[in-house]
Design a protein around this ligand. Structure first.
Ligand code: SAM
Ligand code: SF4
Length: 337
């Protein structure tokens, strides 16, 4: 019989979980309008898992067949000493158990860390960038500086990291910038992924003013470019197309216009050790208590197994009623995007 610590993670719908996203902090040096409110209250630092505890949970997942880890946040590169976590986790790359160790970042600290990340074994990085205009960048991120992100992108390229740009498509802010962004990204050799806004957490703006359905964006692009569908390779919500004219790829993440849940292969750990089984639902198990209860991982594995039992079939996001509240109260920055 296989022991619980080596049994693969399969949920009640037969989906194998092989991808863990870890939010290492809920804090951030930006305040993007679709992600956070301007005055956020953050978790007390004492509630956070230590970097060693995060390593222990991630390693337990790797034992159970997780082949992809994404470090995210909040802004992962503002967590003190986060490079030591990357370095520790890279032993699973060396052993061959892990196929990919990667991160999603706003790019503000990338100039400082890109070379070190590449040295550790990170091959690809997702950088969020919603506009190429410095004023619009300030308006969307509230606190960000476009110049620093551009320096970060240059450093990533120089370090040999493959870059994917994440752009949240916002009706009221950057709808007209999608094509310039496409040309910029593909000119630089970066992939571009467009994301629909998701109703996560209370923010100041009304999400109906932000929401831009990507089906309409794609139809518009199709009038000017030759788009060819690429086969799905991620098990995730992104659908990719090849653009003949630029030679690059665009992904569309459409949680609201396309249901991707049937192929979901991922779960999310927040920085306090809560394991969320779905981005758009509240189903969760606590891993911190079993982690701290004993040095053995038995209780931790049992808690992860309970997570597999309650992983929901899918989310039910809708953004249609003006003034409607979020689908779940937690912000994307606390669960990790
Ligand atoms: N701070 C990092 C960053 O911005 O890349 C990592 C965390 S951030 C929460 C991860 C991704 O989620 C970013 O690409 C961001 O644009 C996206 N995001 C945040 N809130 C969102 C929302 N309500 N709907 C859709 N995407 C969102
Ligand atoms: Fe920070 Fe990323 Fe959220 Fe922007 S999207 S506020 S950069 S966590």
């Amino acid at each position: 019989m296989t022991s619980s610590s080596t049994r693969p993670l399969v949920d009640t719908f037969g989906r194998t979980v092989s991808y863990l996203r870890i939010s290492v902090t809920d804090r951030c040096d930006f305040r993007c309008v679709y992600c956070m409110s301007e005055h956020m209250s953050f978790l007390p630092k004492k509630d956070l898992l230590t970097l060693e505890e995060l390593d222990r949970v991630a390693s337990a997942f790797v034992e159970r067949g997780t082949t992809k880890l994404r470090i995210t946040g909040g802004e992962p590169l503002v967590r003190r000493n986060v490079m030591s976590l990357f370095r520790a986790l890279s032993r699973h790359l060396a052993s061959g158990a892990l196929k990919e160790l990667t991160l999603t970042t706003n790019g503000s600290q990338l100039a400082r860390y890109a070379a070190e990340l590449a040295d550790i074994g990170v091959r690809r990085v997702n950088v969020s960038l919603d506009t190429l205009d410095a004023d619009t960048f300030k308006r969307i991120t509230r606190w960000g500086d476009l110049g620093r992100v551009m320096e970060g992108l240059n450093a990533a390229k120089a370090a040999g990291l493959k870059v994917k740009i994440n752009m949240v498509a916002l009706q009221n802010a950057n709808a007209h910038e999608i094509e310039p962004m496409l040309r910029f990204c593909h000119g630089e050799g970066h992939d571009l992924t467009l994301i629909e806004t998701m109703p996560l957490g209370e923010i100041e703006e009304d999400r109906t003013d932000q929401y831009l359905p990507l089906s309409a964006v794609r139809a518009g692009l199709q009038e000017r470019y030759t788009l060819t569908d690429l086969p799905d390779s991620t098990g995730g919500p992104a659908r990719y197309v090849q653009v003949a004219e630029t030679g690059g790829r665009i992904g569309f993440i459409t949680p609201l216009t396309h249901n991707f849940c049937e192929s979901c292969n991922r779960v999310r750990l927040n920085c306090t050790g809560t394991l969320y089984l779905c981005l758009g639902q509240d189903h969760a198990v606590d891993l911190r208590e079993p982690l701290r209860a004993s040095e053995s991982n038995e209780a931790l594995h049992a808690a992860i197994d309970r997570g597999m039992v309650i992983k929901p079939k899918g989310h039910d996001f809708v953004i249609e009623r003006r003034g409607a509240g979020p689908a779940v109260s937690r912000h994307m920055s606390s669960t990790g995007g």
